[in-house]
Design a protein around this ligand. Structure first.
Ligand SMILES: [Zn+2]
Length: 149
């Protein structure tokens, strides 16, 4: 039995050292200018070899972890039509032009994902707006990379 008012020791939720975390977070802070670079920095931090923009794979994935057979796309919310995202609102002027353009991208993205999955790849799409909560994406990547094949 615990005495009343006893404060339990907290178990840390994350397994990273403070230095490592702050290094990642300082990079995550730059998500605005380069979402893709942010994701790359996270993977570097997690210590996995990767390749960029692999032309031989469907959709030319932004980051490819060959050993884990994971293909990652970092999508801009506007250009890739992130559903329900306020960053993906189509401008009022030239609406049909933009809509067509974006729909084409969405179709292309879908075909790429399908092609990759069929070939046995795991596909991860990271939306630009999700990098606002960089820690969440970081943990997700970490879990994904920790998984055994
Ligand atoms: Zn979005």
């Amino acid at each position: 039995l615990e005495p009343a008012g006893h404060v339990r020791e907290r178990i840390p939720l994350d397994t990273f050292s403070k230095a490592r975390r702050s290094m990642v977070m300082s990079r995550v802070a730059h998500y605005n200018t380069a979402p893709e670079r942010t994701v790359r920095a996270m993977i570097v931090c997690l210590g996995h070899p990767f390749r960029l923009h692999v032309k031989t794979l469907p959709g030319r994935p932004d980051v490819v972890l060959r050993r884990k057979r994971i293909a990652i796309f970092v999508h801009g919310c506007f250009w890739h039509g992130h559903p329900g995202c306020r960053r993906s609102v189509v401008p009022v002027t030239n609406r049909s032009f933009w809509r067509q353009k974006i729909e084409r991208n969405v179709r292309r993205d879908r075909a790429a994902s399908r092609g990759l999955r069929t070939a046995g790849w795991q596909v991860l799409v990271i939306w630009e707006c999700q990098l606002k909560r960089g820690q969440y994406i970081f943990r997700r990547l970490e879990r994904l990379l920790a998984r055994k094949l």
